[in-house]
Design a protein around this ligand. Structure first.
Ligand code: ASP
Length: 441
């Protein structure tokens, strides 16, 4: 009898679960020392996780550049591009503002900062890096690259997006005159997507390594100390993912949110285990095209933009953290201050790079806007990694929901893919490496 081949989603789930168990077992039972720190955690497990992470990150800059040029050239019509851009921005900003509003509301009801016996000195473990607020005009000015090559070298995503968009628009304006270059970009794009599908083969073992290292280092102890804050952030992240995203998806497209989450799961799990939305971008894009049915034209434009400026999960953490720290210091926020927090956190989300931990640094900007002591961030640093993982998963989910809605409105959505088998890349891979002979689950 032939063995049934597990689908990618199932294999990633197993990787996550085994990684969690392995990490906790190491944390609890393996004593500190050479074997644990250098060989197991800092050696084998680190290697497995980092190879996967580095392999995806390797693809980010070329993929963003090539796919946006291609997408913009493919859309062609400048008016259509402008309309899609406008809608995308409105969606991203609105959902972020909704996310942070829910966070402020729920946190005001739960009162995470009113915990009896919370010993502040015990949890403040790290120095806080203060991030000065950047003037808004500079945020926009900085989007225009003065040297596109340095934007690529430094992975400055917004600058890269602007430059790539302009090239794409020029290509489509030139039409036949730049036929070869257009074709070149479209072939380069195929190559990038093929590379993503190779990297994705590593996903189950990669997430295993990343998760195992996280839990081996952090355990669950810190979570108990700040349990109420932790639980509030997680609760709001779930409310936002299920109610806000599920709701707008149903209202604007009529599609099943359950199916959406199921199809999008490989990207959610990669975002969760890597805690970087920019880093997960190659996977988010491929899953959106292959499993959700969003056309390349749309996804190649909305997703890199989303990974750069749309961070609902981060804004949610910042909302809960603001209330939490205010309560710890006995500060009552006025209505105007609450509005300021919503506004600043929504803007901070544009400036937050999609890499691990930046949301916490940007929190200093939000706290400063309402005069809450920035030192409070030291309280929550210890448990931020796990929250970072969860909010990054929400961040990329928000990008995909918006992309799907826009694709549907623009007639760039393939419903058959959305309703089809959850066949992420496995079909593409079969002929070359012959890993699976049975349909994916
Ligand atoms: N890690 C988050 C992301 O990449 C950003 C943050 O909140 O720190 O989306």
């Amino acid at each position: 009898m032939k063995k049934k081949k597990l689908g990618l989603t199932a294999r990633i789930l197993i990787g996550l679960f085994l990684g969690f168990i392995t990490g906790i077992v190491i944390y609890l039972f393996v004593p500190e020392g050479m074997i644990r720190d250098t060989i197991i955690v800092g050696g084998v497990l680190k290697f497995i996780g980092q190879v996967f992470l580095r392999a995806i990150k390797m693809l980010v800059v070329p993929l963003v550049f090539i796919s946006i040029v291609n997408g913009a050239a493919g859309i062609g019509d400048i008016k259509k591009l402008g309309r899609i851009g406008g809608r995308t921005l409105v969606f991203y900003m609105t959902t972020t503002a909704v996310g942070i509003s829910i966070a402020l509301l729920v946190a005001s009801v739960i009162n995470p900062g009113q915990t009896d016996g919370l010993d502040l000195s015990a949890v403040v473990t790290q120095e806080v890096e203060i991030n000065e607020a950047v003037p808004i005009v500079d945020v926009f000015l900085d989007m225009v690259p003065t040297n596109p090559v340095s934007s690529m070298v430094n992975a400055n995503m917004l600058q890269l997006i602007v430059f790539a968009l302009l090239i794409g628009v020029a290509l489509s304006a030139l039409g036949e005159k730049a036929e070869y270059v257009s074709k070149l970009f479209s072939e380069l794009n195929e190559i990038m997507m093929k590379l993503v599908s190779f990297v994705m083969l590593l996903a189950p073992i990669g997430v295993f390594g990343l998760i195992a290292v996280t839990f081996a280092n952090e355990g669950l102890d810190a979570i108990y100390a700040l349990g109420k804050y932790f639980a509030t952030v997680i609760l709001v992240l779930f409310i936002h993912a299920i109610i806000t995203y599920g709701g707008i998806l149903k209202i604007f497209t009529g599609l099943s949110p359950i199916r959406f989450f199921k199809n999008f799961f490989p990207a959610i799990s990669v975002a969760f285990s890597t805690a970087t939305s920019s880093g997960s971008l190659p996977i988010t894009m491929d899953v959106s095209e292959e499993n959700l049915g969003v056309s390349k034209n749309i996804s190649s434009f909305t997703l890199p933009l989303g990974a750069t400026i749309n961070m609902d999960g981060t804004a949610i953490m910042q909302g809960v953290a603001t209330i939490f720290i205010a309560q710890i210091y006995g500060i009552e926020l006025t209505f105007m201050q609450i509005l300021t927090v919503i506004f600043t956190a929504t803007l901070a989300s544009i400036g937050t790079a999609g890499v691990p931990g930046v949301g916490l640094i940007m929190l200093s900007m939000v706290l400063q806007s309402v005069n809450i002591p920035v030192e409070g961030i030291g309280l929550i640093m210890g448990i931020d990694r796990l929250l970072d993982m969860t909010r990054t998963a929400v961040n990329v989910t928000g990008d995909a929901v918006c992309s799907l809605i826009i694709a549907k409105k623009e007639g760039e959505f393939d419903e058959a893919i959305f309703h089809g088998e959850n066949s992420f890349n496995e079909n593409k891979l079969k002929p070359q490496i012959n890993i699976a002979n049975e349909p994916a689950n």
